[in-house]
Design a protein around this ligand. Structure first.
Ligand code: HEM
Length: 327
């Protein structure tokens, strides 16, 4: 999958339209596809056998996406077919496509957000101090017990309000995905803060919802380019209070991200287990020294770890950093 993402997005800074038709690339994409389908297919068959066995022994069933897909499928299968020993090929190829989608969309947008949280925390020591303090308050001083505590008392995750604010602010400044919608007749977009009164009809257009542009728009967000986790903790009416519809890293509406709660949970748990144990230091200065040919312009919105397209958007050069045990 990673190789397919690399082949799809190309190298950083590269914009060569001929790459798309490179025969070698097309072959590798096809080959990668075969490999992914093969392995997901094997796993599906395995889970299906487990499902049949558990049905007979009435053991608790798993809750992975594959188990859920199979359970739904079995619910709708005619009774005469419920004990057939292999999966129906048509269902199997449909399920493989859905699982590939899940693997792709759930894969690195979560990881990228974790990296940006760590990057921002290392840039803002005051915020790092506050998040560590919150973790100490909720989990106590012994960092080695956090995993056990989360397993035994998962509700503690809901108390991490400052951590949630940090993640939401990281997702505002560095949204790893974006959205697209098909424009409908009679619908127009208007910037309500603009004074020129222009409207933009969207009939027959693909409307690309560029999260970075919306979430860093100074017309709607005070201190738009600054990292201000506190804006997520203030009451309505406060000047920092986020604008309605302005935060959309998971998009909004009927087709928004189905994995958003899981992603937020995964990020919170990861931060709770990392930020008190380790310090992260960006090594861009060293990278820049070693790569003088990369050009003079190396920041966007003043950020060296600007986003580049790599499946989900990633920090430039993969965020070179050093990790130390925190003292
Ligand atoms: C920080 C992490 C994530 C971000 C920022 C993110 C963002 C998004 C965005 C912007 C969309 C497009 C929604 C739209 O067009 O309305 C989307 C769709 C989707 N996401 Fe996520 N996502 C994340 C993590 C996950 C995870 C962990 C999963 C599942 C395990 C997941 C599953 C999906 C699926 C299945 C869709 C397609 C939904 C559909 O078309 O109905 N995402 N995500």
């Amino acid at each position: 999958m990673r190789s397919t993402i690399e082949l799809e997005c190309g190298r950083e800074g590269e914009n060569n339209p001929l790459r798309r038709w490179n025969v070698h690339r097309l072959y590798r994409q096809w080959r990668n596809s075969q490999i992914m389908d093969h392995h997901i297919g094997l796993e599906l068959e395995k889970r299906y056998q487990e499902y049949l066995q558990h049905e007979q022994t009435s053991k608790t069933r798993g809750k992975s996406i594959m188990d859920i897909v199979i359970a739904e499928y079995m619910k709708n299968r005619p009774a005469s077919q419920t004990q057939i020993s292999t999966l129906d090929p048509e269902f199997k190829s449909w399920a493989i496509i859905q699982i590939r989608l899940f693997l792709f969309v759930g894969h690195d947008s979560t990881a990228v957000t974790i990296i940006y949280c760590l990057y921002l925390l290392s840039k803002y020591p005051d915020t790092l101090g506050k998040i560590r303090q919150e973790h100490e308050q909720i989990f106590g001083p012994d960092t080695t017990t956090v995993a056990t505590q989360i397993r035994e008392h998962p509700e503690k995750i809901n108390q991490l309000s400052y951590t949630t604010a940090v993640i939401k602010e990281a997702l505002r400044l560095f949204p790893p995905a974006n959205g697209i919608r098909w424009g409908r007749p009679g619908i127009s977009l208007t910037d309500t803060h603009s004074t020129d009164g222009r409207t933009f009809p969207v009939d027959d257009c693909a409307v690309w919802i560029v999260h970075t542009a919306i979430q860093r728009n100074p017309g709607y967000w005070p201190h738009a380019h600054e990292f201000v986790p506190d804006r997520w903790l203030v009451e309505p009416g406060h000047e920092l209070y986020p604008p309605t519809g302005g935060w959309r890293p998971f998009e909004r509406g009927a087709r928004d991200c189905v994995g958003q709660n899981m992603a937020m949970l995964a990020i919170k748990i990861t931060l709770a287990m990392l930020v008190r144990e380790f310090d992260f230091d960006s090594q861009y200065e060293e990278w820049d020294r070693e790569n003088p040919a990369a050009g003079a312009v190396r920041t966007m919105f003043g950020e060296r770890a600007y986003m580049v397209a790599k499946g989900a958007a990633h920090p430039a050069q993969g965020y070179p950093c050093k990790v130390r045990l925190a003292v």
